[in-house]
Design a protein around this ligand. Sequence first.
Ligand code: C2E
Ligand code: CA
Ligand code: CA
Ligand code: CA
Length: 277
Amino acid sequence: SKQGGGNRATHFTAQMETLAVAALALDRDLDQAIERRELVLEFQPQGVPGGREVAGWEALVRWNHPKLGRLMPDRFIPLAEERGWIHRIGRHVIDSTLAQIATWDRAGTRIPRIAVNLSPSELRAGLADEIDALVYSHGLTPDRLALEITETAIVGDGAEVAYALTRLSQKGYSIEVDDFGAGYSSLGQLRHLPLETLKIDKSLIDDVHHSKIDTALVGAVIDMARALGMRTVAEGVELPEQERVLARLGCDSYQGYLLGKPMPAARVPDWLAQRSA
Ligand code: C2E
Ligand code: CA
Ligand code: CA
Ligand code: CA
């Protein structure tokens, strides 16, 4: 169909761009990108449906590439995973997030906790000890950091993933299931793991305000998550109607352009001041 062709063309363009990035990035050392402070974080707030509280924050990485300009993570994270750079990126993202939390603590800016994204290959046995060392080196405690891991990564790989998650949870880190509903797993498959939060994928939220089926589906996910002792976050909330439905369904929190787009650290204190005004 015409639409299918369009999608293929878009996909092809995206692949070409990724290849272009790869070609350019190949001769660059990622350590240099980190050293030159080209990897920067933005922070996106989470709110309580129908309320004023700020429920949490997520850190999202961007690459200010000297030749290509600002690259969003979908353009370089898959490449970094493929080339084995992802561990250094992940470590840098966690370190920068913790440094930012410590800075905000000293300035009296109240940020209880920030979630960072982990790629599947980062879920190794030694991860909890590595993260612990970073957290304590910043004078912080594990309750300040949450870790987002996609549904597919959690379900995918048996023993080592379960071990890494258990170690993290025992040390006091919250594990959040990212993109729930985008894959093919069920809550039943997740129920034996120490998971604190379920992030409901944007694809389930998009029509939650005008599709009866999607309303029922999201309601069921929220109820099942609660029955399993998990907190829920709706992702990609763009409309007030969506927030209203989520409030009615008892969703614990929401994230999306409606509340706020990802913003540089410098904008966070002003955003918080405006929010509480
Ligand atoms: P994600 O973890 O599912 O993050 C949510 C993405 O949706 C972000 O895109 C965010 O900017 C976007 N978003 C938030 N609210 C809305 C909304 O209301 N509408 C729409 N259309 N989009 C919204 P972003 O920042 O481009 O990140 C894309 C993905 O890259 C993330 O998806 C995550 O999987 C990955 N990523 C980001 N930072 C990191 C990182 O530090 N490490 C790793 N491994 N992956 C990362
Ligand atoms: Ca995420
Ligand atoms: Ca997500
Ligand atoms: Ca995603």
